[in-house]
Design a protein around this ligand. Sequence first.
Ligand SMILES: Cn1cc(CCO)c2c3c(c(-c4ccccc4Cl)cc21)C(=O)NC3=O
Length: 293
Amino acid sequence: DSNISRYEAEFLEVCKIGSGEFGSVYKCINRLDGCTYAVKKSKKPIAGSVLEKMALNEVYAHAVLGAHIHVVRYYSAWAEDNHMIIQNEFCNGGSLADVISQHMQDGKTFSEPQLKQVLLQVAQGLEYIHMQGLVHLDIKPGNIFISHQTRIKDGLHEIHEDEESNEKMQSYSISPVYKIGDLGHVTSVVNPKVEEGDIRYLPNEILQEDFDHLPKADIFSLALSVYESGGGGPLPKNGDDWHRIREGLLPPLRHLSHDLNELLKDMVNPDPTQRPSVTSLVQHSLLCPQSNV
Ligand SMILES: Cn1cc(CCO)c2c3c(c(-c4ccccc4Cl)cc21)C(=O)NC3=O
C-alpha cells in the first residue's frame, strides 16, 4: 500500500480530543475546505472479528443516517497503515459528560428548561434513527455532543475559540445544539446484532438478551442520561442501586418539577412496552416550546 498517508495529506492535526480502548480522536482542519472535523483513528480490527463488524457497522449506520441536526454528521472513512479512520462533524462544545463533570466540580446543575432541551433534542435525533429501523444502544452523556453557534447580525456561523474576530463581531450566542454521536453499537431493529452499551445506562431486558423492544432500550438510556445531567449521578454500574433503578425506583430530583420526574420514571419502567415511544416523547406537552422558556 502507498506510504503517503491520506490523513496527513488531507488534514492538519490540531490536538487530541479523546482517547480510549477504541482508539484516539483528533480535532483536525481539512487542508482543502478549511473546516474543522473530529477524526477518530482506531487500530484496524482483525478481519472477521467482532470489532471489525462494529467498525463497519458504525460506517454503515452513518451512511444510512445521512444528515440530521441531532445526529453527528459523517463525512468519510478509510483504512491506512493498519488503522481505520472516520471523519465526522466536529462539535465545539464538548460532550454532555464533560458538562456533567464540570457541574460536579462547581456544584451547578442544568435548569429544568435546559434539561427539557437535552431531552427533546436527543429524542428528536433518536426518532430519526428509529424511523430508519435502527437503534443506537449506547445512548449516554459521553456520546451526546454539543455544538454552540453564534448568530451574527445576519445568518449563523460557527465559533472557533481561536477566532479573535469574535469579540469585534456583534455576535451573541444562541442555545446549544445536542447531537447523538458514536454509532458503534447501532443495529437494526428487525435483525439485531446487539453489542451491549455502557452498563450504567443499560436496561435489564437487554442484559437478559430480550431484544423484542430495542427502541425502548434507547428510551431507558436517554432517561438516565437526562437524570444524570440533572444531578442524579453518578449512576451505579452494578449492585443493589443498579437493580433498584431497574425495578423502576428512580429517586425524584428535588429541583425538578413533579411532571418531569414522572416522565423520567415512565421512561425507566421495568416493562419496555410501558415506556413512552420516542414519537410520543417529541410530542409530549411537557417538552413543547411554550412550556420550557
Ligand atoms: C472524544 N470526543 C470529543 C469530541 C468533541 C466534542 O466537543 C468528539 C466528537 C466525535 C467523537 C467520535 C465518537 C465516536 C466515533 C467517532 C468520533 Cl469522531 C469523539 C469525540 C464526533 O464524532 N464528533 C465530535 O465532535
